[in-house]
Design a protein around this ligand. Structure first.
Ligand code: IMP
Length: 191
C-alpha cells in the first residue's frame, strides 16, 4: 500500500452525504424554483449528483472563473446563460479553501439583484480559511491536505476518480504521477 495517497471519502460515503444535502435543499427551497449554479470545472460530478438528489423544479447552469495572482481576484470567464435577477441562486462548489474565490463570486452575483444567494460546497477546508465567507451547506469538513478526485484535479487530471483521495506527499505525486495513476486506475499508463 502506497501511503503517499489515502482514500479519504469513499464512493458510498459521497453518495450518502449528497443524498442528505439534496434532501435538505428540497426541504429548504420547497415552493421555489432555484438555479443551481455550478462553478466549473471541479463542480461537475458533484453538480450532476446533487441536482438528481434534489426533488424540486430547478434550473441548472454553470460558470467558469479565472483567478489572478494569489489575492483572490477573479473574473467570470464563461457566464451563466440563465438571467439570475430575481432568482434564488445556489452556488455549487467543489471545495472552499481560503474562501477568496467564493467571496469574489458572491460579490459579483450580489450585484445582479438575485432574490437569495446560498452556497453548497462538497468540501470545506475550514483550517485554511483566510476570509470568513458564508457557507450555508457543506458535505464534509476536511483538513489541509491536497485532495484529488470526484471533480478535483492535479494539473487537469484525476477529476474522474469516483472517490476522494488525499495526497499526503505532494512531491511523490509531482515526481511520479504514473504511480498514483496505477494505484487508482489499476494499470500503468503507457504513451
Ligand atoms: P479558494 O479561493 O482558496 O477557496 O480556492 C478554491 C479553489 O481552489 C477550488 O474551487 C479548487 O479549484 C481549488 N482547490 C482548493 N483546494 C484544493 C484541493 O485540495 N485539490 C484541488 N483543488 C483545490
Amino acid at each position: 500500500m502506497n501511503d503517499a495517497f489515502v482514500e479519504v471519502v469513499t464512493e458510498s460515503d459521497l453518495a450518502r452525504r449528497i443524498s442528505q444535502l439534496g434532501a435538505e435543499l428540497t426541504e429548504d427551497y420547497r415552493g421555489r424554483e432555484p438555479v443551481m449554479l455550478g462553478v466549473l470545472m471541479g463542480c461537475l460530478p458533484f453538480l450532476a449528483d446533487l441536482v438528481r438528489a434534489t426533488d424540486l423544479e430547478l434550473e441548472v447552469d454553470v460558470l467558469s472563473l479565472t483567478r489572478f495572482g494569489h489575492d483572490g481576484r477573479v473574473s467570470i470567464m464563461l457566464d451563466a446563460a440563465v438571467p439570475l435577477a430575481g432568482r434564488d441562486v445556489i452556488i455549487v462548489e467543489d471545495i472552499v479553501d481560503t474562501g477568496l474565490t467564493l467571496t469574489a463570486l458572491r460579490r459579483a452575483l450580489e450585484l445582479r439583484d438575485v432574490t437569495s444567494l446560498a452556497t453548497v460546497a462538497l468540501l470545506d477546508k475550514a483550517p485554511r480559511r483566510i476570509v470568513d465567507v458564508p457557507l450555508e451547506y457543506r458535505g464534509f469538513e476536511v483538513g489541509d491536505e491536497f485532495l484529488l478526485g470526484y471533480g478535483l484535479d492535479w494539473e487537469g487530471k484525476f477529476r474522474n476518480l469516483r472517490s476522494l483521495w488525499a495526497v499526503m506527499d505532494l512531491a511523490a505525486l509531482t515526481q511520479d504521477p504514473a504511480a498514483f495513476a496505477e494505484l487508482v486506475f489499476g494499470a500503468p499508463i503507457t504513451r
